[in-house]
Ligand binder design. Structure first.
Ligand SMILES: NC(=O)c1ccc[n+]([C@@H]2O[C@H](COP(=O)([O-])OP(=O)(O)OC[C@H]3O[C@@H](n4cnc5c(N)ncnc54)[C@H](OP(=O)(O)O)[C@@H]3O)[C@@H](O)[C@H]2O)c1
Length: 292
């Protein structure tokens, strides 16, 4: 059997605790080597939970691992990811890649220049129901779509603070839903929109094929459970996916297996850093559409 990929986790916030650490520690394709976070106490407590090393510095982590998983604020991800790529380490990246296209491009360029494997944790893209839905859409001729990401995440709980409340839903969950819509209907040529990302946003999206989609985003709506849905319509048939229903343990196990594979091969992946850059460009276009 191949030895597991030895991964160092960077960040010890809610998402690192809930997803990255248990996912990487569970194996068999990866091994959680240890944790570094900006605040030493945070790294120490998360490392202790998993019985792994709390690294004193990012450089110490880089020296000891084959790959790096980043679960930090978007403002911090570009510098750390570029340093990891320069050190020849594969990177498991979070969405959004950065606060803006410049940050995202730095990551995509470093990954390409140093030939390291990369995977962006676009949660829904690893779910069976979503992969089946996208394969189904591939066999039809879509004329239009409706998609939404609606949650109450900004109203309270682990994700109600910091950069999310400052920048809003477009930067936080826009990468998920814009990625799904573009993957389903093809390249986006135009985005119009209205609203406030801290409250409610509606986007009118035109695809290269001529298909049109309407995308709704809000993380400040009292709804439980939250919704991540895409419906695609054509003249012959239509299809629908409740993407949230598929984001379960099995999809995170697939993240681990596919990350380990790209970490070893350096091969491209549909959710790699270059895709992350393209998604960040879509987010930026949507942001511009709101201020017109
Ligand atoms: N894929 C998904 O479905 C999904 C879901 C949820 C979150 N996420 C992503 O996961 C990432 C982490 O999210 P989160 O919810 O855990 O909380 P967060 O507030 O976005 O990030 C918290 C982490 O960022 C670190 N950090 C903050 N400023 C830093 C800086 N200047 N330099 C280095 N590190 C810094 C913190 O370190 P200290 O606390 O140690 O200071 C902490 O570990 C985000 O990018 C988020 O978008 C993805």
């Amino acid at each position: 059997m191949t030895a597991p990929v030895r991964v160092g986790l960077v960040g010890a916030g809610p998402w690192a605790r809930m997803v990255h650490a248990p996912l990487l520690a569970a194996g068999p394709e990866t091994e959680l080597a240890g944790v570094w976070s900006r605040t030493a106490d945070h790294a120490e407590s998360l490392a202790a939970e998993h019985g792994v090393t709390p690294y004193p510095s990012f450089d110490a982590l880089l020296d000891d691992v084959e790959a790096v998983a980043l679960a930090v604020v978007p403002a911090a991800q570009p510098d750390l990811a570029v340093r990891a790529a320069q050190a020849g380490k594969a990177v498991l990246l979070e969405k959004p890649l950065g606060l803006d296209v410049t940050g995202a491009r730095r990551i995509a360029d470093a990954v390409a220049e140093h030939g390291v494997g990369s995977l962006m944790l676009l949660t829904y893209r690893f779910a069976d129901v979503v992969r089946e839905f996208l394969a189904d859409v591939d066999t039809m001729t879509p004329t239009g779509a409706r998609a939404c990401f609606i949650s109450g995440a900004f109203l309270g709980g682990a994700f109600a603070g910091g950069w999310r409340l400052e920048h809003g839903a477009l930067l936080d969950v826009g990468p998920h839903i814009l990625d799904l819509v573009e993957t389903a209907l093809g390249p986006v040529v135009e985005i119009q929109g209205h609203g406030d990302p801290r409250q409610w946003v509606g986007l009118l999206v035109t695809h290269e094929s001529g298909a049109l989609s309407e995308v709704t985003l809000s993380c400040a709506s009292a709804i439980e459970p939250s919704r991540t849905e895409v419906e695609v319509y054509g003249r012959d048939r239509s299809c629908f996916v409740d993407a949230r229903s598929g984001a379960r343990a099995a999809s995170f196990a697939r993240v681990r297996a596919e990350f380990a594979a790209v970490a070893r091969s350096g091969d491209p992946h549909p959710c790699d850093a270059s895709r992350g850059l393209a998604i960040q460009e879509l987010v930026a276009r949507a942001e511009r559409a709101l201020v017109k």
